[in-house]
Ligand binder design. Structure first.
Ligand SMILES: C[S@@+](CC[C@H](N)C(=O)[O-])C[C@H]1O[C@@H](n2cnc3c(N)ncnc32)[C@H](O)[C@@H]1O
Length: 193
């Protein structure tokens, strides 16, 4: 079985929250459009996106950060099996706690804990190259950002409020402009003005 198929089946069987296919395709299209050669991902999960991005170009360098030991274990297996281990660096730890990588990136992909998006952006945006992009997934959060009345769960309501705050935070930034794409679960692409 090929690795992509294996990873998809593993994700399904183990309820691993991987990016929706439409979102992945948009992300890949943007990485190509902006000619990105360095990619930082917050939230590796099983390294499905990290491997896909690394496979785009032998020059591509991917750094990806994950805090969950079970995900880390599976990500390592998949990265090794993919053959892209020379292009992918997996940092183990909480993205809000680990030391900043000592390099800049053409693309920063924010896909870790949704409640922390604003903190991730503040911590990692200084690492963005001048023509680079920051991509954030789950901007719609299953339609609940537009229709928060569709849930009564307090934790979900809290999360939705934090994602809405992140929308407002992005709009309030003077040096950045953001375009929101209705692909997958809603994908934001932010770049310097
Ligand atoms: C939606 S999944 C990532 C999917 C992956 N980016 C992909 O495209 O296949 C979110 C991952 O972020 C990890 N995560 C959440 N908060 C984190 C944090 N503060 N630091 C590092 N990893 C985090 C979770 O353990 C989970 O594996």
């Amino acid at each position: 079985m090929n690795l992509e198929k294996e990873m998809n089946e593993f994700a399904k069987a183990n309820h691993v929250p991987v990016m929706m296919d439409e979102g992945v395709e948009l992300l890949i299209a943007k990485v190509k459009e902006y000619n990105c050669k360095s990619f930082l991902e917050l939230g590796t999960a099983i390294a499905r996106t990290a491997i896909r991005v690394a496979s785009l170009d032998p020059e591509m360098r991917v750094v990806t950060i994950e805090r969950n030991p079970e995900m880390i274990e599976q990500a390592k297996i998949n990265i090794k099996q993919s053959g892209y281990q020379n292009q992918i660096t997996l940092i183990e730890g909480d993205a809000l706690e680990v030391e900043l990588p000592d390099q800049k990136f053409d693309c920063i992909f924010i896909d870790a804990a949704k409640a922390q998006y604003t903190r991730f952006f503040k911590k990692y945006s200084p690492l963005l190259n001048s023509n680079g992009i920051i991509v954030t997934d789950n901007m719609y959060f299953h339609g609940l950002v537009e229709h928060p009345e569709n849930t009564n769960n307090k934790n979900t309501k809290d999360l939705v409020r934090k994602i809405r705050n992140y929308h407002e935070f992005l709009s309030s930034l003077d040096e950045f402009e953001t375009t929101l794409y209705s692909k997958g679960d809603g994908v934001a692409v932010t770049r310097r003005k």
